[in-house]
Design a protein around this ligand. Structure first.
Ligand SMILES: NC(=O)c1ccc[n+]([C@@H]2O[C@H](COP(=O)([O-])OP(=O)(O)OC[C@H]3O[C@@H](n4cnc5c(N)ncnc54)[C@H](O)[C@@H]3O)[C@@H](O)[C@H]2O)c1
Length: 162
């Protein structure tokens, strides 16, 4: 068990790659805080981990809200102790993404708020928590090879990854 006694905070842990990461980290011995704006999905992942003997909690939060992130970090530390690992994963292809010719302001705002601002706010609050605990930690920010490719119909998504 490569992550025995570690504490991991995963955003977007309710689905996709975040869900698989939460399950794998728990299997490797880490306690896992599964954060998602969709709390039903987060609960389902946390329940599945606990049913296999792992440690997990589900946390409902939106990464675009700093106050919600502060509370989520506090809840994690209260339940499991200091955070060792951040998997900064929550991200979206925003609704209605389009080419630069057609993209709506609302779509740009949504994509950048989650993929850029959200990642920074979570990084800020978990880094502070790690600093305050005085033992350092590991931060994994999910990226994509699409940051290197100009996909004409997904201008907000590829811009947010650059
Ligand atoms: N799927 C891929 O092939 C792939 C490849 C490379 C990179 N990525 C990156 O991974 C990230 C997520 O991809 P995925 O495929 O796992 O997505 P997904 O849609 O399967 O899961 C994303 C999860 O994040 C949650 N989420 C979305 N916005 C949130 C918010 N504001 N606050 C809290 N939770 C939020 C969703 O509810 C969902 O559970 C994206 O940033 C994407 O760029 C994905």
């Amino acid at each position: 068990m490569r992550l025995k006694n570690k504490v991991t905070f995963i955003t977007g842990g309710g689905a996709g790659i975040g869900k698989c990461t939460a399950e794998l980290f728990a299997k490797e011995g880490s306690a896992v805080a599964v954060l998602d704006r969709n709390v039903d999905k987060a609960k389902s992942v946390a329940d599945s981990i606990m049913s296999m003997g792992g440690k997990a909690i589900a946390i409902e939060a939106d990464v675009t809200s700093e106050s919600q992130i502060i509370q989520a970090v506090k809840t994690t530390v209260e339940n499991f102790g200091p955070i060792d690992i951040l998997v900064n994963h929550a991200g979206v292809i925003p609704d209605g993404d389009a080419s630069i010719l057609d993209v709506e302001e609302e779509t740009i705002d949504q994509g950048l708020a989650i993929n850029v601002k959200g990642m920074m706010l979570v990084g800020k609050q978990v880094s502070r928590s790690m600093r305050d605990a005085g033992k350092g930690g590991t931060i994994v920010n999910t990226a994509s090879d699409l940051s290197q490719v100009a996909l004409a119909g997904l201008v907000t998504y590829v811009t947010s990854l650059a």
